[in-house]
Design a protein around this ligand. Structure first.
Ligand code: AHG
Ligand code: MN
Ligand code: MN
Length: 334
């Protein structure tokens, strides 16, 4: 069987579809290389003392883990000098990181969640890296304002999962492909050429401990799921919650499902970050035939007002996401 590497896949996208420029290809390859390096660090765990807290907080006041900090540094260092980027922004940095003057600059903006699923690092459960690529508007300084573009403007999005195997999921706007890291060869091999999310599902993912804070639309939907076969949805539902968005979304890309971290009485603007969690995941999910909304609106249409903005997230199997979004709209009217 012919093994197709990430590079070959991107070159083919460039040649046949004309949608990946040489610059974008190199940028994605650099990000993928950084993910390889993070994967190596993750796999060594306690052996190299990388577990535990860093002793600092990020801009959202969340305690940083050592691996949050290490992953951010790996991604910054790998991408700084490549010449493809105008600037980078990250969950772990308050302001965008400018490319130092000594390096060439390019036309793209990179946004990232260097380490997603921080609460799972120390317990050896799957974690990952999420990234999003935007074009820097022409003639503009790549400050925070330049990043504030809706997710529909993304030119590429992807995420890595550091699990039993290391996986890279990628979209350049032409469907979704999955690659598995061959550690011995050091290559990303195309293992899922065309990922598609089934339109229907009977598996939901939500942090049930937030139940008392939910709004009526989410409560109604989850109650209906829990009612099972004899309830209004007429089937039994299963529940999964890994608490690493990368792992929950990867499961949905593999076998369908609905993932929700909605706005609620405690998380008034939602819990997840729009620009480096919700937007890249929404582009991937839509490209795989699924849907992603904040309850009222398509996530990719949300105009960001700030870099670290949060948003409610409902994504996955199309029919189920439409059902929950419909419940939100009905409640809004009444
Ligand atoms: P991060 O580790 O980058 O802060 O993101 C964690 C996110 C997401 O991966 C996951 O779906 C969610 O937080 C888990 O939230 P709970 O701890 O409320 O389950
Ligand atoms: Mn995250
Ligand atoms: Mn993170």
């Amino acid at each position: 069987m012919r093994r197709i590497t990430l590079t070959q896949y991107l070159v083919e996208q460039q040649r046949e579809k004309g949608i990946v420029s040489g610059e974008l290809r190199l940028l994605i390859e650099v990000v993928a290389r950084a993910c390889k390096s993070i994967s190596n660090a993750v796999s060594k765990g306690a052996l190299t003392g990388i577990l535990g807290n860093a002793g600092s907080d990020n801009v959202q006041g969340e305690a940083q883990k050592k691996l949050d900090v290490i992953s951010n540094e790996v991604l910054l260092e790998a991408n700084e000098w490549g010449g493809h980027l105008a600037a980078m922004a990250s969950e772990e940095m308050e302001h965008p990181h400018q490319i130092p003057n000594r390096y060439p600059r390019g036309e793209f903006l990179l946004l990232m969640d260097p380490l997603d699923g921080s609460s799972n690092i120390d317990v050896n459960v799957s974690i990952g890296t999420i990234f999003s690529v935007l074009r820097c508007p022409e003639g503009v300084t790549p400050d925070e304002q330049a990043f504030l573009q809706p997710g529909s403007k993304q030119v590429a999005a992807g995420f890595a999962v550091y699990g039993p195997s290391t996986i890279l999921v990628l979209t350049v706007g032409n469907g979704v492909a999955g690659f598995t890291l061959d550690r011995e060869m050091g290559s990303w091999i195309l293992t899922q050429p065309k990922i598609e999310i089934p339109a229907d599902t009977s598996e939901f993912a939500i942090n049930m401990s937030n139940r008392r804070n939910w709004g009526p639309a989410v409560t109604r939907y989850i109650d209906e799921c829990l009612a099972g076969k004899t309830g209004p949805l007429g089937k039994d539902y299963n529940m999964r919650w890994v608490a690493s968005m990368v792992a929950d979304v990867y499961r949905i890309l593999t076998r369908g499902g609905i993932f929700m971290y909605p706005q609620d009485a405690k998380h008034k603007e939602g819990r997840l970050r729009l620009m480096y969690e919700a937007n890249p995941m929404s582009m991937i999910v839509e490209q795989a035939g699924g849907a992603a909304t904040n309850g009222m609106q398509r996530i990719l249409d949300v105009q960001p007002a700030k870099l670290h903005q949060r948003v409610g997230v409902i994504l996955g199997s199309r029919n189920e996401v439409e059902r929950v979004t419909g419940y939100h709209r009905e409640m809004q009217k009444s």
